[in-house]
Design a protein around this ligand. Structure first.
Ligand SMILES: Cc1ncc(COP(=O)(O)O)c(C=O)c1O
Length: 190
């Protein structure tokens, strides 16, 4: 028998409403609120980027690509990351694991978590963290473990190390950080 209450899975029900959405709802009732919530740039997309996008579409460059992303783009990303990070080649045992192009970060994170973490695994999340991280980890059945980074919000080895256990699979690390804006420094990470 069809039971409408069973449409939404327990997995989806386990994700509680994001705090940011609750703040949106509250702010909607304020008169002239200043919106500091979502990371919308306060400047327009540069004209050269708009033109490049339009040129690409006009030239028929608007179809499916190979799944992992256009090789030339992946190579440029690899070179850029290689310039910014030391000891990173994008290769493990001669196999190329380094760069995957996705449409947005959320999809990439979900794929990475689905591929690497599941029930019984722990995923380290420096706190404060982007609102979705905890829920992404819960969705794949893994356990989020929060690493306090107050008061300077740097993700340091000293802060991470006490939380590493035999079950730790991943560290969700992003720089600059959202929401703090802190940029990781080489010195702080040691
Ligand atoms: C730290 C962080 N992770 C993930 C996301 C999600 O990115 P996307 O909108 O590309 O899916 C954002 C978006 O602002 C973010 O700031």
């Amino acid at each position: 028998m069809f039971n409408p209450e069973r449409i939404i899975t327990d997995r989806a029900r386990a994700v509680n409403a994001s705090g940011i959405r609750r703040v949106f709802d509250l702010a909607a009732k304020l008169k002239d609120p200043i919106n500091l919530s979502i990371g919308q740039p306060d400047f327009d997309v540069p004209a050269s980027i708009k033109e490049a996008a339009i040129d690409a579409i006009r030239n028929g460059f608007n179809r499916y690509t190979v799944t992992q992303g256009i090789p030339e783009l992946r190579e440029k990303v690899r070179t850029q990351i290689g310039r910014e990070l030391t000891n990173w080649s994008g290769q493990t045992d001669g196999q190329d694991f380094g760069v995957l192009i996705t449409s947005g970060v959320s999809g990439g994170l979900l794929l990475a978590l689905l591929a690497c973490a599941g029930p019984g695994d722990e995923v380290l999340i420096p706190d404060p963290y982007f609102v979705m991280y905890k829920h992404l980890v819960t969705l794949v059945g893994a356990t989020p473990v929060f690493v306090d980074t107050y008061p300077d919000f740097q993700v340091t080895a000293q802060r991470i190390e006490p939380h590493v256990t035999g079950r730790t699979k991943m560290l969700l690390f992003n720089t600059p950080s959202n929401p703090t804006g802190v940029v990781a420094t080489d010195q702080a990470c040691r």
